[in-house]
Design a protein around this ligand. Structure first.
Ligand SMILES: Cc1cc2nc3c(=O)[nH]c(=O)nc-3n(C[C@H](O)[C@H](O)[C@H](O)COP(=O)(O)OP(=O)(O)OC[C@H]3O[C@@H](n4cnc5c(N)ncnc54)[C@H](O)[C@@H]3O)c2cc1C
Length: 390
C-alpha cells in the first residue's frame, strides 16, 4: 500500500521559488515538505543566468518587488551554508544607436523617479569602466545596485538550509492530483503516495498550468526557451553584468528596442554577458515559444556568438565549451503570479516569474511565507494576482 504522509505546508517544485518559499516558511517554524518531480534546480533555475538586474524590471510594482528582493540577498549570504557567489557588481546596458541611447535616457529618468539610481554614460564615460567595447556601442546606462549570483548554488543553498531547519525534500516525486473538499485543500496525491496537508504552494514553474488544472483553475504560464553559450574560463576581466538594449526590447516587448533583423526578432535575441566566479562567461540569450522543447539549436548558437562579438569583440579569443537551454515559466505580461485563488482555501501561487525568478526569489519566498502563515503580506502583492488576467 502507498505511504500516507502529512505536512503543515506542501511546496510543489524544487526550483529557486519553491526553495525560497520553503526557506522562509521554515524560518517561521512551519513544517514543510518540498515535492519535486525530478531534482532540485532541474528546471529553469538550473539552466539560466545569475543576473540580479534591477534596471531591466518593468516600472512600478515589478521594480518595487525586485528592489525589496535585492535587499534580502546580503542576509542570505550570511545565513546560507554554501557560497552563492553573490557579487554586488553593478550592471550595464549598452546602446548601439542614438535611438537606443534616447530610450535608455528616458528609462533612466523614469527608474530614478521610482527611487532606483541609474546613470547614463556617454561612449567616453563608458570606456572608463568597460574599456574594450565594440565600435557600434554608443554608450549605455549603469545601475550600481545590479548584482550577480550563482543560481544553482542559490537554489541548493536555500533548499538545504530549509532541510536543516526541518523541511523534508521528496525528490523524483511528482504531484499527480490535489484533493479539494468543501472549498479547501485536503490532500496531495503524488507518485510516492498521498500527503495530508491543508496548505499547498504551487511553485512548479512550467508545470504550474498542469497543477492549476488539478483544482480547475487556469494558471496562464507557458514555457519560453532561452539559450546560453558558455566559454572557457579566464582571469576576471568583466567587472559588471552586461546586456544590450535589445535585451530590454525582447524581454519587456518594448517596440523601440526590439532587434531590427528578422532572424534576431524570430529568436527573441538579446545580448547578455556575465563572468562567473570560476571565470567562465555566460553569453545569452534567446526568447522563443517552442513548447516544452529545451534543446539548443545551431541557429541560436550562431546568432548569440555573432551578437556577442558586436559588444565585446575580444570574446572571439575564448573557446565556447558548452551550451544549454532552459524554459522560463512565462506569464502573459512577464510578471509573476502570486497569491491565493478564489474558492480553494489553502492553495497559493508562486509562479510565472518569467526571466526574473532568480532576482525575485527571496522576496517571493518571504511574502509567500507571510501569506501562508498569517493570511497577509508586508508588501502589497495585489498587482501580481492571478485575476489581473481576467
Ligand atoms: C536562459 C535563461 C536565462 C535566465 N536568466 C535569468 C537571470 O539572469 N536572472 C533571473 O532572475 N532569472 C533568469 N531566468 C529566469 C529564471 O531562471 C526563472 O524565472 C526561475 O528559475 C524560475 O524558478 P521556478 O522555481 O519558478 O521554476 P523551476 O526552476 O523551473 O522549478 C520548478 C520545478 O517544479 C518541478 N515540477 C513541475 N511540475 C511538478 C509536479 N507536478 N510535481 C512535482 N514537481 C514539479 C520541476 O521539476 C521544477 O524543478 C532565466 C531563465 C532562462 C531560461
Amino acid at each position: 500500500m502507498a505511504e500516507i504522509m502529512s505536512s503543515e505546508v506542501v511546496v510543489i517544485g524544487g526550483g529557486v521559488i519553491g526553495a525560497a518559499t520553503a526557506y522562509y516558511l521554515c524560518r517561521e517554524g512551519a513544517e514543510v515538505m518540498i515535492v519535486e518531480a525530478d531534482d532540485l534546480a532541474s528546471g529553469a533555475s538550473g539552466a539560466c543566468d545569475g543576473f540580479l538586474s534591477l534596471q531591466t524590471k518593468a516600472l512600478g510594482a515589478h521594480l518595487r518587488l525586485a528592489m525589496e528582493s535585492a535587499k534580502l540577498f546580503p542576509s542570505l549570504v550570511e545565513d546560507l551554508e554554501v557560497d552563492i557567489e553573490y557579487r554586488p557588481c553593478g550592471g550595464l546596458i549598452l546602446a548601439t544607436s542614438q535611438e537606443q541611447m534616447k530610450e535608455l535616457r528616458a528609462r533612466a529618468k523614469a527608474l530614478s523617479a521610482e527611487g532606483l539610481e541609474v546613470e547614463v554614460l556617454s561612449a567616453s564615460e563608458l570606456k572608463k569602466i568597460l574599456p574594450e567595447v565594440g565600435k557600434e556601442v554608443k554608450g549605455g546606462s549603469y545601475c550600481p545596485l545590479d548584482a550577480q549570483v550563482n543560481p544553482i548554488s542559490l537554489t541548493l543553498g536555500l533548499a538545504h538550509k530549509a532541510q536543516e531547519m526541518g523541511a523534508t525534500i521528496l525528490r523524483g516525486c511528482r504531484v499527480e492530483n490535489i484533493v479539494v473538499t468543501n472549498n479547501r485543500v485536503r490532500e496531495i496525491h503524488t507518485s510516492a503516495g498521498s500527503i495530508h496537508s491543508r496548505r499547498v504552494v504551487c511553485a512548479a514553474g512550467i508545470g504550474s498550468n498542469q497543477i492549476g488544472k488539478m483544482i480547475i483553475v487556469d494558471v496562464p504560464v507557458l514555457p519560453q526557451r532561452g539559450q546560453i553559450l558558455v566559454t572557457e574560463p579566464q582571469e576576471p576581466v568583466l567587472p559588471h553584468i552586461v546586456a544590450g538594449a535589445e535585451y530590454l526590447g525582447t524581454k519587456g516587448n518594448l517596440q523601440a528596442l526590439l532587434p531590427a533583423e528578422e532572424e534576431a526578432m524570430k529568436l527573441g535575441l538579446g545580448f547578455t554577458a556575465e563572468q562567473t566566479k570560476s571565470g567562465n562567461f555566460l553569453l545569452g540569450s534567446t526568447r522563443e515559444f517552442v513548447g516544452f522543447d529545451s534543446q539548443t539549436t545551431p541557429e541560436a548558437m550562431n546568432a548569440i556568438a555573432r551578437n556577442a562579438l558586436r559588444f565585446l569583440p575580444w570574446i572571439k579569443d575564448l573557446d565556447v565549451i558548452r551550451s544549454f537551454a532552459g524554459l522560463r515559466p512565462c506569464s502573459p505580461d512577464g510578471l509573476p503570479i502570486l497569491g491565493t485563488v478564489k474558492g480553494v482555501k489553502g492553495f497559493y501561487l508562486a509562479t510565472g516569474h518569467s526571466g526574473d525568478g532568480i532576482c525575485l526569489a527571496p522576496i517571493t519566498g518571504k511574502v509567500l511565507s507571510e501569506l501562508v502563515l498569517d493570511g497577509e503580506t508586508s508588501l502589497d502583492i495585489s498587482p501580481f494576482s492571478l485575476y489581473r488576467f481576467k
